[in-house]
Write a protein that binds this ligand. Structure first.
Ligand SMILES: Cc1cc2nc3c(=O)[nH]c(=O)nc-3n(C[C@H](O)[C@H](O)[C@H](O)COP(=O)(O)OP(=O)(O)OC[C@H]3O[C@@H](n4cnc5c(N)ncnc54)[C@H](O)[C@@H]3O)c2cc1C
Length: 466
């Protein structure tokens, strides 16, 4: 069954019977289950409204990243009586993943990176389980269990487990001094190490790779940035746009190396990386190595039961998976993009936050709100601003133009409509482009107008009216 066709399921009366069956004397839960989803009163009158009156809904969220945390916040705001539990394997509550690069650069201390401390959850009566890995989901029993043997019951479950950086499958990629970048703890390790390093190698020509390159620049460590093709982020930028980025890297002391990559790493006797050897046999001194070649979504929990997956967990526009009472939000979803008219993926903070919020609303009240979003991802490492929005690597057509040595733009077009883009230097036109994308305006015949230096959405409307 495709998830787009999922209907709202109302199985609460079955859950009611199942749950009351596990209540012991005096309403105390038995059987080693954590008492989530307890009832605030025992129902004797099964009026249609019994759920709202007599029953406390129980929501369990796996993951306390921005998707999970924003879902918890929305659940608490919109369902004040509900039991809300957030389980995370990390040792700290929500922090700003976007800012950990600034910490690694040495530009920010730890404190401002944190978003919520534990009291934030206490104040809202949200149960937060830190250092707790969920190891199993039982969709029939409506329970999840954790590495320490605890079991939590849920009425509705949210999977917001994000991803884990992809490991480079080459010799010595697990050596000391080879870093991947996702968590605050990764950032601490990177900062500690790069402050001691003289040489660095970066691998992965995308948005996280350039963060690692910028960290080298900020820490004044000479770096080589190895890329497989002829340019950085070649699926979203053309050569002119990429060259602006290459020059900016060089200015920061990081040299882009094209048609390269990693064949293997060499280490010293202590197992610390010393050298990166690329497939051409070229050697690069590497006290420090940073790898950002992609994200493996944390989907292990979903392997043991039937749920639609397609390089991510498939959800509909309400963030429902194909498994009953299980929702998903954040980086790991393949969501139905109502603007694009097809399923898509997006790894960005704003998108994950909105997905968490939308999921929560639909967990409380089915089909209340759909996910409709144009994402943005900006970079502030250089003297000029950089922004990508929407799906800049999609579309069968594109327009692009260079305006100056640090100003350039490209728009990705699908079926005559803007589906994403990248702006370097001048970000002012972004609002017009996003508006056209949001409104699904046909612009296929107005490429010249789209590239006007001081572009606004009115330029397109005016042209269409002629
Ligand atoms: C260095 C860096 C810089 C970035 N910069 C930007 C930027 O400038 N702009 C932007 O828009 N986006 C940026 N991003 C991407 C953005 O941070 C992510 O898209 C967003 O954080 C995804 O949120 P999420 O909640 O989906 O997943 P995550 O933040 O990955 O959260 C998932 C959580 O679930 C936990 N978890 C996983 N499995 C389990 C389990 N079995 N049991 C319990 N817990 C589990 C994980 O440990 C993690 O805490 C950046 C990311 C990084 C790493």
């Amino acid at each position: 069954m495709g998830v787009d066709s999922l209907e709202g399921h109302d199985v609460e009366s079955e859950r009611w019977v199942a749950l009351t069956g596990s209540l012991g004397l005096n309403g105390v839960f038995e059987g080693g289950l954590k008492p989530r989803g307890m009832f605030s009163a025992i129902a004797t009158d099964f009026t249609p409204d019994y759920e709202r009156v007599c029953m406390t809904q129980s929501y369990v969220i796996i993951g306390d990243g921005i998707a999970g945390s924003s879902a918890a916040e929305t659940l608490r705001e919109e369902a004040p009586e509900a039991d809300v539990t957030v389980i995370t394997d990390e040792g700290e509550a929500l922090y700003n993943r976007i800012l950990i690069k600034e910490f690694a650069k040495g530009k920010l201390p730890e404190a401002p990176i944190s978003i919520h401390d534990e009291s934030w959850y206490d104040d809202r009566d949200i149960e937060l389980e830190l250092n707790t890995l969920v190891t199993n989901i039982d969709p029939d029993g409506h329970t999840v269990s954790t590495h320490d043997g605890e079991t939590y019951e849920y009425d509705k479950l949210l999977i917001a487990t994000g991803g884990t950086p992809t490991q480079l499958p080459v010799e010595n990629s697990d050596a000391d001094g080879v870093h991947h970048f996702w968590t605050f703890q990764d950032a601490r390790n990177i900062r500690e190490h790069i402050e001691e390093a003289d040489t660095a190698t970066i691998v992965g020509a995308g948005l996280l790779g350039i963060d690692l390159a910028a960290i080298c620049g900020a820490q004044e460590v000479d770096g080589n940035y190895l890329m497989r093709g002829d340019s950085w982020w070649r699926y979203a930028l053309d050569q002119e746009g990429a060259d602006i980025m290459h020059d900016a890297m060089r200015e920061r002391g990081v040299t882009p190396v094209f048609q390269s990559g990693v064949d293997h790493f060499e280490t010293d006797d202590d197992g610390h990386v010393t050298t990166t050897v690329d497939p051409n046999g070229e050697e690069f001194d590497s006290d420090f190595v940073g790898i950002a070649i992609g994200l493996d979504f944390n989907l292990e929990l979903l392997q043991n039961f039937e749920i639609e997956m397609d390089d991510g967990v498939v959800v509909d526009k309400y963030m429902r998976t194909s498994a009953e009472d299980i929702f998903a939000a954040g980086d790991l979803t393949r969501y139905y993009d109502v603007i694009l008219g097809e399923h898509a993926q997006n790894g960005s903070w704003g998108s994950a936050k909105e997905q968490g919020t939308i999921a929560a609303k639909n967990m409380i009240d089915p089909e209340t709100d759909e996910f409709r979003w144009v994402s943005s991802y900006s970079i502030t490492h250089f003297d000029f601003p950089f922004l990508s929005f929407g799906h800049p690597t999609l579309g069968e057509d594109s327009v692009s133009k260079k305006y100056s040595e640090t100003e350039w733009r490209r728009l990705a077009i699908k079926d005559g409509k803007i589906v994403g883009g990248v702006l370097i230097g001048d970000l002012a036109p972004q609002s017009g482009y996003k508006q056209l994308m949001r409104e699904e305006t046909f612009v296929g015949d107005q490429k010249e107008a789209l590239l006007k230096e001081k572009f606004s959405a009115d330029d397109i409307a005016a042209t269409q009216e002629q």
